[in-house]
Design a protein around this ligand. Structure first.
Ligand SMILES: [Zn+2]
Length: 458
């Protein structure tokens, strides 16, 4: 009897455990689908918006040809708004895609987005620099209010997929070890090679928290792109003919597009009249360096990146945190399934030229594709990695003034800073590296196959 009872108990647990595994795997596949769908949907709307802005550039050339000054003013106005409205539609559509794939609102994500809407509404118009200049100049009148309304709408509808590559105007963009999530991972591991490769001097010479350089300051920029899923464009006051060396063939090419899309005819006069054009920002639309297989820490691609796709450009990364799984067997932590994915609009001009060949935005985007999250514009930490964001936004300021003792209890990143402050800890690293640093260099270059994987994400 006792033996049979024991067998029965074991069997019951085996069955329950099996059910749990199925539940978890099911949620995992749901989460992946939802994250991928959200990223693809956002990228699709980025592509659509870029095409519309491109069409409007063509329409502007037609309007100049026809000397239609009323249309000219309206076009520039619509383009300025589209830089915000387009990405906001992308954001809302990506939420819908995640929800259609079985995801629910994530409270913390919604809260974070609502808080950002408030920052846009109240902080942006009131922030000034040292000389009293408005720090965040509006791209058009009433922009911050409209933009905040749109973010609020998405937050109130419920955020299921956190946009993970947000480029906040207030962000101190990298440029400091304390803003590098890799540093904290290296202290936690501890991975001394990280220091060898990134900042050996820091490990050797650091004595206490007062040694850190001050955190980078905010710089005044032109704010014309949405922070979330921005298109990374810029404005240029110039004649069309100056966009390329061969202005005759460019003229013919523009007329081909105008005819194809039945927008009218462009005259030579439109080529030589200076006007305000929406163009790709070269800082963002330059070569896609992460995908360069010739670089020392090269990306493990199976082939080489095709030339027409070799631009960084606008992309979308989404993060899903799926919780709410009720398991039948006892477990220590409430299980959460996480997934992040990135996608990007792709397209060509003349079949094999990059969309940004001429600098000016033209309707060129035909498709979207998933890209490795590591090759996207999402920072290492991710904008909707709540714990990380809380650390860099709220804890670091205090840490630089009062040291690790001022750190927040329970914050993983603050805990690493406490460890980092211990000189014996750092000395262990220095002495390990003094004899073992040769282990840190990975063989690189074409044809050199290295073992032991790569630090690159999916
Ligand atoms: Zn912290």
């Amino acid at each position: 009897m006792i033996f049979l009872l024991m067998v029965l108990v074991i069997l019951v647990f085996a069955v329950l455990w099996n059910v749990d595994i199925h539940k978890t795997l099911h949620l995992k596949s749901l989460t992946q689908n939802a994250g991928d769908a959200a990223a693809l949907m956002a990228a699709r709307w980025q592509g659509i918006t870029l095409n519309v802005i491109g069409d409007l550039n063509i329409m502007q050339a037609v309007a100049i040809s026809e000397d239609d000054s009323f249309a000219l003013g309206a076009i520039t106005n619509i383009q300025a708004r589209l830089c915000f409205v387009g990405p906001m539609i992308a954001l809302e559509a990506s939420q819908q895609a995640a929800k259609n794939n079985g995801m629910y609102e994530h409270e913390e994500f919604s809260e974070r987005m609502r808080a950002h809407a408030n920052a846009v509404r109240y902080d942006y118009p009131s922030k000034t620099d040292d000389s009293g200049e408005m720090l965040f100049t509006e791209p058009y009148e009433g922009c911050w209010e409209e933009y905040a309304d749109m973010i609020d709408t998405v937050a109130n509808n419920g955020v299921a997929a956190g946009p993970d590559n947000v480029h906040y105007y207030t962000d101190r963009v990298a440029g400091h070890t304390l803003l590098d999530i890799g540093f904290y991972g290296a202290v936690n591991a501890p991975a001394w090679c990280w220091f060898f490769r990134n900042d050996y001097d820091l490990l050797k010479t650091y004595s206490n928290f007062r040694d850190w350089d001050p955190l980078p300051e905010l710089v005044n920029r032109e704010y014309m792109n949405s922070e979330i899923f921005g298109l990374q464009l810029t404005k240029r006051q110039t004649p069309l003919s100056s966009m390329t060396g061969d202005s005759d063939s460019f003229f013919a090419f523009l007329n081909d597009i105008a005819n194809d899309r039945e927008l009218g005819t462009i005259t030579t006069n439109a080529m030589d009249t200076p006007a305000l054009w929406y163009c790709y920002n070269d800082d963002w639309w330059g070569a896609w360096e992460t995908m360069n297989t010739e670089a020392p820490e090269y990306f493990p691609l199976t082939g080489t990146l095709r030339d027409e796709y070799n631009y960084r450009g606008a992309d979308a990364a989404c993060r899903i945190n799926a919780s709410g799984l009720t398991l039948l067997t006892p477990h220590q932590y409430a299980p959460t399934v996480k997934w992040s994915a990135a996608a990007k609009p792709f397209g060509t001009l003349n079949d094999n030229e990059r969309p940004n060949t001429y600098g000016i935005v033209l309707p060129a985007f035909q498709q979207v594709a998933m890209i490795p999250i590591d090759a996207s514009s999402a920072g290492a930490g991710g904008s909707y990695n709540i714990e990380w964001r809380t650390h860099i936004e709220q804890h670091l300021e205090q840490y630089t003034q009062r040291g690790p003792s001022g750190g927040e209890a329970g914050c993983y990143y603050c805990t690493q800073l406490v460890t980092w402050e211990i000189s014996a800890f750092r000395e262990t690293g220095v002495s390990w590296l003094s004899t073992n640093s040769y282990l840190c260099t990975l063989p690189s270059g074409p044809g050199r196959y290295r073992t032991g994987g790569t630090s690159r994400g999916h």
